[in-house]
Design a protein around this ligand. Structure first.
Ligand code: AHR
Length: 529
């Protein structure tokens, strides 16, 4: 073969290579179909609730720095955190636990700061608890972020009387001794208590109870622990949430729902709490929150999608006893839970938060939205410095996590009406794991505007979106998209802008919205007429 024919062969092989590789390189298209004339359940704003346990630096340092701190604060509550949380329109905050709730004695956390006893936080690390952040500070914090309380009362080591007195302290308007005590502590008006959890994980850290034993407690607490706020007797009633399972089995749910079906006038409940964490690799936790591989990303997202089955199984039981869906399912603990950051106190559950967690959040929020007829509350664990948090702090420093940005992007979905989206999710296969390539939800907000969320799960490839929109005049779309350079990209105090949303827009022509979404991204768009 001479030089010229050699070159021809080389060119031909190159051409062949390019032609055969073309289908692999071509960007895939996901076709969505949205009929805005159809509607589903209301996406209750309580699905975007938060959880703040007395654990590690979740409350102390994360929220409470004390009035004498050099960190800017309002009555001891840090201003930077309040400003950030206000943007999320947090519907409710669950407090003081978690497992901690069943060892919390509220009296130690009221009254003059200097007179409060130091106690041990035996649940989380055995550290000293000054009790400086108690009921009135929690309520002050909620007022500052414009949110509402979801208090968990102590069933494990407390008494019905203690819980009843706590509710009286918080809600009484009549001049009882406890009402006067609250007034003397600076709050004459009764607080509004939106939700009350009766125990926490009572089958485990909350007292290792059988379902029957728990039911005997539930009935007593439900009857005797009263909200006395006159403004909450008819409208805005406090919701009573019973303990449900933190495991896929349904026998606990069966027992509680069966008892509820037969309940008499003396007790009732409005919701059943379930806990389900994403713990890839199981216990003890070994999955890192930083410096992980694409295989870990795939494994984690695969694991989180189990939430759908988990809810479905519980719902099947609830539907049998409560076909009218009076009892809400409240996923009041969920999130990606990984190994604690090296060098930190393992009991403080401190982990980083990456673009992987942003996708994990969007996938779960979408699952909740699809179950919105029954799932009417959810509280991500936990708000600050603990597990999958919104915010990380270190003394005077603060950084917003990718999960924070997802919550901010989803604000328009609060109390919006679910609109079904038809699509073939396709698949993405890597490292022996197969995931759906895309996820999407749509909803009409309270002003009638249509919003679409699109999650591209593919860690490497962009995705073309071709969405047909019917039943609505649509000319353009604009919103925000969140992605990152790598699957394990995080925001740090030194580099807080690595994973932040950027604007995105698209045109809608002949009822079709077309755009490209980046790999491992979360996109929220408003459809403009
Ligand atoms: O969120 C951390 C812990 O996880 C909670 O205290 C407990 O309820 C759950 O097991």
């Amino acid at each position: 073969m001479n030089l010229t024919s050699h070159r021809i062969v080389l060119r031909l092989s190159l051409l062949l290579l390019l032609v055969s590789a073309a289908p692999l390189m071509a960007q895939e298209t996901a076709r969505l179909s949205i009929d805005a004339s159809k509607s589903g359940a209301k996406i209750d704003r309580n699905l975007f609730g938060q959880f703040a346990e007395n654990l590690g630096h979740g409350l102390y340092e994360g929220i409470w720095v004390g009035p004498d701190s050099s960190i800017p604060n309002t009555r001891g509550i840090r201003k930077d955190v309040v400003d950030a949380l206000r943007e999320l329109k947090v519907p409710d905050v669950r407090w003081p636990g978690g497992c901690f709730a069943d060892e919390y004695h509220w009296r130690k956390g009221v009254g003059p700061a200097g007179a409060r006893p130091a106690t041990l936080n035996s649940t989380w690390g055995g550290v000293i608890d000054t009790n400086a952040f108690g009921t009135d500070e929690f309520m002050d914090f909620l007022e500052q972020i414009d949110s509402r309380p979801y208090v968990s009362v102590n069933v494990g080591s407390g008494t019905p009387q203690e819980a009843a007195e706590w509710l009286e302290y918080m809600t009484a308007a009549a001049p009882t001794a406890l009402e006067k005590e609250r007034a003397a502590n600076g709050h004459p008006a009764p607080y509004t208590v939106a939700m009350m959890g009766i125990g926490n994980e009572s089958w485990s850290c909350g007292g290792d109870m059988t379902a029957d034993y728990y039911l005997s407690q539930l009935k007593i607490y439900s009857h005797f622990v009263r909200n006395m706020n006159p403004a909450q007797q008819e409208k805005n009633r406090m919701l009573k949430i019973a303990v449900g399972p933190g495991f896929p089995e349904t026998d606990w749910t069966e027992a509680v729902m069966k008892a509820w079906k037969q309940h008499d006038w003396s007790w009732d409940m409005d919701g059943l709490s379930v806990h389900w964490y994403t713990t890839p690799g199981g216990w003890p936790l070994s999955m890192p929150s930083t410096g992980f591989s694409t295989a870990d990303y795939m494994k984690t997202l695969k694991s989180t999608l189990f939430m759908d089955d988990f809810l479905r199984k519980q719902e099947e039981v609830m539907d049998r006893y409560d076909p009218q869906k009076k009892i809400a399912l409240v996923v009041d603990e969920w999130g990606g839970w990984y190994a604690a950051l090296p060098g930190t106190n393992k009991d403080f559950l401190l982990q980083q938060n990456s673009i992987r967690d942003a996708l994990l959040a969007s996938l779960n929020l979408n699952i909740f939205a699809r179950h919105a007829d029954r799932v009417r509350g959810a509280n991500i664990a936990q708000m600050i410095n603990v597990i999958q948090s919104m915010i990380l702090t270190d003394k005077e420093k603060m950084v917003l996590t990718p999960t924070y940005y997802v919550y901010r992007m989803y604000v328009p979905f609060q109390d919006a009406t679910f609109i079904p989206v038809d699509f073939d999710p396709g698949t993405v296969h890597r490292d022996d794991v197969t995931l759906p390539r895309v996820d999407a939800i749509a909803a009409r907000d309270t002003n009638g505007k249509l919003w679409i969320e699109i999650t591209n799960l593919d860690p490497e490839k962009s995705l073309s979106i071709d969405a047909g929109i019917n039943g609505l005049k649509a000319a353009s779309a604009k919103g925000e998209t969140l992605t990152a350079p790598a699957v394990d990209s995080v925001n740090t105090f030194a580099a807080p802008g690595t994973v932040v949303p950027k604007p995105i827009s698209a045109t809608v022509k002949d009822g079709r919205l077309t755009l490209t979404v980046e790999p491992k991204s979360v996109t929220v768009l408003a459809i403009e007429p």
